[in-house]
Design a protein. Structure first.
Length: 210
């Protein structure tokens, strides 16, 4: 059995995007199962794949793995040669720290700037709490880049799980035309040039247009 990744709408499901980017980093083939969200039967269909009734969920030979962070850790363990986490003990610790912060925090950013890849319009007014989250993200990106980004354009040089977790944030910042420091703007462009993200982005636009 090959791996199967159950995802939601590509235009809106930020957590699905994180898992898909992490899976792409392994280089392994997998089957994608798209379940449309926000429909009367969505939860019933998702419960047929996952005990939580949410996306994403990775279907493996042994059973389902749900939650994007758990999926990322499973993939890192299963495919160690792919180096999904950065090399170096502290680099990995920092990468896990920033992913955990993304996983559990930035509530205002997520609430006021929900992922909508097809959007290209600023908010009339950016709430102060959302701006505070954005400022924190920019500082976090700058710290990772300064410490470990010398060998490439991603947070830890090469693309890693950390970039998979912050790609939806980069997308939000572009979709809502948020003004950014030069270094943060350059990182957003790096995400948009990432082939795996570009494939997802184009599919999201087609999804909305269709």
């Amino acid at each position: 059995m090959s791996l199967k990744l159950v995802i939601g709408d590509k235009n809106y499901s930020s957590w699905s995007l994180r898992a898909a980017l992490a899976l792409d980093l392994t280089g392994e083939p997998y089957e994608e199962i798209l379940e449309r969200l926000y429909r009367p039967d969505s939860r019933a269909r998702l419960l047929s794949h996952s005990p939580t009734g949410k996306v994403p969920v990775l279907l493996t030979e042994e059973g389902p793995v749900w939650d994007s962070l758990a999926i990322a850790e499973y993939l890192a363990e299963r495919f160690p040669e792919a180096h999904l986490w950065p090399r170096g003990q502290y680099a990995r610790a920092l990468a896990r720290s920033v992913c955990a912060e993304m996983h559990s925090g930035f509530v205002a950013l997520r609430s006021h700037l929900s992922m909508d890849l097809a959007r290209d319009q600023a908010l009339t007014e950016l709430p102060a709490e959302a701006q505070a989250d954005i400022d924190r993200v920019c500082r976090l990106w700058a710290d990772c880049r300064q410490r470990f980004g010398q060998d490439g354009a991603f947070l830890f040089g090469h693309a890693s799980i950390a970039d998979a977790f912050f790609a939806p944030v980069a997308a939000r910042l572009r979709s809502y035309r948020v003004a950014l420091p030069a270094e943060a703007a350059a990182y957003v462009e790096t995400i948009y040039q990432w082939p795996a993200f570009r494939r997802w982005y184009q599919a999201a636009l087609q999804e909305v247009q269709g």
